[in-house]
Ligand binder design. Sequence first.
Ligand code: LMR
Length: 394
Amino acid sequence: MFENLKAQPTDKILELMKLFADDPRDQKIDLGVGVYKNAEGVTPVMRAVKAAEQRVWEDQTTKAYTSLIGDPAFSDAMISLILGDAVPRANIAAAATPGGTGAVRQAFELVRMANPSARVYVSNPTWPNHLSILKYLGMETVAYRYFDEETRAVDFGGMIEDLATANAGDVILLHGCCHNPTGANLNLVEWQAVIDLINERGLIAMVDIAYQGFGDGLDEDAAATRLVASNVSECLIAASCSKNFGVYRERTGLLMAISQETSQQGLNQGTLAFLNRQNFSFPPDHGARVVSTILNDQALRADWAAELEDVRLSMLGLRQQLADELQKRSGSDRFAFIAQHRGMFSRIGAAPELVMKLRQEHGIYMVGDSRMNIAGLNATTVPILAQAIVDVGI
Ligand code: LMR
């Protein structure tokens, strides 16, 4: 049997992690995988997470199963964090999933189950694993224009033109904030125009929100998702706690299915539970319990929000420093977009050969499409990167 297996394509982002680890150079800089690192190059366990873990350890009396959709306290706390009071709770079905990727996978499966002929519109570019999962599930994808390679901002005209080709029932996958891989985002007026188009054409919105709190702030980063959820008849929201709670390896995420028809909620909820059961049965609990412990405790929540805000501001500071250094060293403003982008990533718009040159000649690792993880930098490495970018002729 095994001889029939074919080698599968490796994930470019994860492959880069290995290449970086194998590089013997001391001065190497990892701007690959989307993991936050502090100025010392460490991905710390957040203070509130440590405290909540201790509390869970002390208070937990059993490891018996929770429920197929996870602990309801987690869903409630996450729904409130992401949606505020934008949508009545009675209209939201939700299930905990193994990370944001688990939520994305379950959302696609739900789409395939409900409407096998639905096509999924994805931004060009999008997170490569979106495409990989859709392909694996045999679902048709259509790329819509998103990133203007010249301005490094959103090509909004192109995006709307392409979305207007979608048929009723097609799914439009949107990044709630901090677009991965580009860092370029819609403003709220543009979001409203996308929502209008979704409603006019009878399309289904799906939002992937994996970086809430990394862009402009917790509420600001959720504003577009709230606008979508409260203005369309049905939508799916896949959320991740990996980044904003720093619980990457705990696999903590949530999938929401929202309908303006309250009577639909029971069926949606049952479907999410069924899909969990088929794929992995009960979702992981530890990270979810830590997250709900934090969100439901005033002091822990305040401390978590403060630490997250420090992370956000440090990334903004690094963006500004890099834009300034590049301005100084290149004598041009063509890198000003780096300070405008939001979230962990910026696509700097360099040809693959130049990305390779950065790797070979300077030990600087970014994804082949020239996506760099801003959070992989610090005040000392920013000037080194800026000089390298200029030296290789980007
Ligand atoms: C990334 O895009 O680097 C992260 O979302 C990590 C991953 O799983 O790819």
